[in-house]
Every structure is written in C-alpha cells, then in structure tokens.
Write a protein that binds this ligand. Sequence first.
Ligand SMILES: C[S@@+](CC[C@H](N)C(=O)[O-])C[C@H]1O[C@@H](n2cnc3c(N)ncnc32)[C@H](O)[C@@H]1O
Length: 420
Amino acid sequence: MLNRYIGNKKSILEPIISQVKEKLPNGGRVCDAFSGSLAVSFELKKEGYEVSTNDINLFSHFYGKHLIEQCSLPEIELASFNIDNVDKHINQAQLILDRGISGAEDYSFLRNKKNSHRFQKLLTVYLYLNNLMDGKPKGNSYFFDTYTEEGKNSHFESQRGTIGRRKFFTPSNGRRLDLVMNQIRKWNKDGVLEDGYFKYTLVCSVIDALEKVSNTQGTYHDFPRDKYDSRAHIPLMLYPPNFDGIISKKKKHIIGRCEDSIEFVSKIPSQDLLYLDPPYNFRQYTSYYFLPNVLCEYIDMDDLKIYFDNVQFVRGQNMTNDFNSSFSKKNEFIKSLYNLVKNCDTKNVLMSYFDGRNHWNNTADGTDVEGKEVLLKFFNSELFIAGTCDLIPFDRLNYQSYGGHKAKFIKEFLFSGVKK
Ligand SMILES: C[S@@+](CC[C@H](N)C(=O)[O-])C[C@H]1O[C@@H](n2cnc3c(N)ncnc32)[C@H](O)[C@@H]1O
C-alpha cells in the first residue's frame, strides 16, 4: 500500500472505523468513493464489511483488486513463467521460508500449509525478478530514457524556461524498473497472468517498491532538480506482500475503475454507508500520481513508443491518463458533492474533513470557519433527515515538519448524516 499518498487516512483509521461500527454494528455494505491508497477500504474489509471502492486513479483500481477483491493466495503454475534456473530460486524461497517468515507474528497466513506452499511459488517469482534486475540492461528502456537524467527522452523545459533532465530515479534504478516491467508485461501479453489476481499483486509490489526509492518528496508531480534524496540510492527491490487481511471469506466487493465517483455511485447496489474523503485542494491527483498509473497501464499498452514520445511537462506525463476533478475546484466542490450524495442509494453518509494548508476551505486567518460552515450547511440540506447531522472532532499527530517545527496535534473532523 502507498504510504506517502497525500491525504491517506492510515493514521486516523481508528476513529473512522469506530464511527462506521457505531452506525453498522452488524456489518453491511460500505462504499469508499475516493479510495486512493485503499487504506480505509482495506480496514473495512478486515472488519468484515462488504466494500465498494472507486477512485479516478488507475493504480487505486489495481490495489482494489489486489487488497479487496482478492480473498485467497494466488495459485500460480510456475512452469508457465519460464524462469531460468527455476530450481535455484525454488530452493532459495524454501530456505527463506524455513528460516523464518513463517514464525513471524504477522504473516500468520503462512501457518497454513496450503498457503505456505502457494507462497513459496510466489516468492520464487519475486526472487527471480530481483535477480533479473541485477542483470545487464536489455529490451525496452522507456523508464530509463524518460525519467532518469541519462535517458535520451528526459530533457524538459519548464514554463518558466528552466531546462534540465528528469530525475525521478537514479539511472541504475531506471534500468532496474525497465527490466522488471518488461518481464511483467511479457508475462501479461503471453497470457501467463490471465487468471486470478497475481497481475495486480505484482504491479502493486512494483509501485510499493518504487515509492521507497523515488527521488521525490512524496508525489510524482516534481523531483529535486539538482540532487538525489538519500532514499533514491537504494536499489529497487520487490517484496511479496503480507497476505494477512487479504485472505478472507469471499464477499461481493465491487472495484470501480477510474470512474468519476459521481457516476460510479449511481451504478452500484444500495449501500448502508457512503464514506467520502474527497480532495479539498487544487491538486489534481492524476497529475501528482501519474507514474503509478503508468506502471499499471504499461503491461497492457499497445504502442509504447507512441505513448512515451508524447509525454509532456517537466514531470513527463502522457496526458491521455489525466482527469480534471471538479472536487478540486472551489466553485464546483459543493455542487459535485450534492450530485454524488444524491446519486448514491445509501442510508448513512460519513465524510472526512481536514482544514490543511493550500485547501480551498482554509481561511486566511486560520480560524477554520469557512469550510466547516459550508459543509454543516450541506449536511443540513434537504438531502438529509433533519436533525441527523453530526460533527465529530478528533486529534491527529501531524508529522509533517515545516521549517524545523516538530510534530503537533491538529484537528480532523468527521461529518455524518442520515440520507432521506
Ligand atoms: C484525500 S484523497 C483520498 C485518500 C484515501 N482516503 C486514502 O486513505 O488513501 C482524495 C482522492 O480522491 C480522488 N478523486 C478526486 N476526484 C475524484 C472523482 N471525481 N472521482 C473519483 N475519485 C476522485 C483522488 O484521486 C484521490 O485519490
């Protein structure tokens, strides 16, 4: 799961889930209409809820398939992967399992013999891919060429006239990324990943791994122009995911794919609760996180050359995968929220709210009145049963340090209401 995703709710899952439990103590259907990193949806799944997820970012669809819809360990046929020196990797995988992950507190799924056997095969694939990345460059080199300073297509000129070369990764990690993505693309095109969820699991593992070695401050909108963050020098390595929480009783989860949630909610069956965590700022997430989306697209793309020849801006995004969300525009926010809630057949609505820097609702004097008042008015509108609006405040420790300031407690809120 992405840990550096802006606005992710990982650190405040407890108050969100406890509100959901208060409203739905006996389980039920919950829609996470701005699912992002899937932090909230995954917790809901672990708590036994039937989840519908959607986000405008393609990578969120991939995590939805991997974390939510997938409910057992993929059973793969190793022979079809055509792995060189497969026995060496199988033995290494067994050695790793014997040495210890099985005893670890998390990874408890490995105590089950069938799971352990399946996981050994997955681990074999991951070991092979890590080994492949240590080898000589071969095949397509689009990630190296487009996103590293030594690449032949990484030149940029900013709107202010600054020129330079993209530095999202070190050249060495750019080559490693090409090697691993070319192999996954080949397996995908050859039909090896056709059945089940392994394709999603593999790509999500690459996105997780890339986040750890990217030369960024969290988003892929830009990169430090003249230096590398220390994390960027760590070699890209894949780790198989922990399947605790993923393995569960199969439910009718629904995973949307890059739809505007205003449309998505009108197509799903009736919900017991609609959870909303929209953007409150100008940031268009598909621009800030385009690279994870490119990894998802890469394995299926028809013409790589056309795609990478047509990247734009300093960051190098092909704008075919861009989406302009009305929720990121101050003047359209409330109208969009109204349409979304109106379109959804749900009983309860629960909405996260945070008055952060750069947010449209942030008042110049920092008194945080404007946004809350606008939303209070919304939750008291004709869409809701009168008297059901509630505003729940709680504290969050903010680790973001600006100019040397230490972590401090800031206020988060949850709005809730019962729909008419
Ligand atoms: C604050 S983030 C949600 C974070 C998420 N709750 C998490 O824990 O990771 C807002 C999300 O809304 C998505 N988004 C923005 N406009 C959207 C729209 N019209 N339809 C669907 N998703 C949208 C963005 O891509 C982003 O992932």
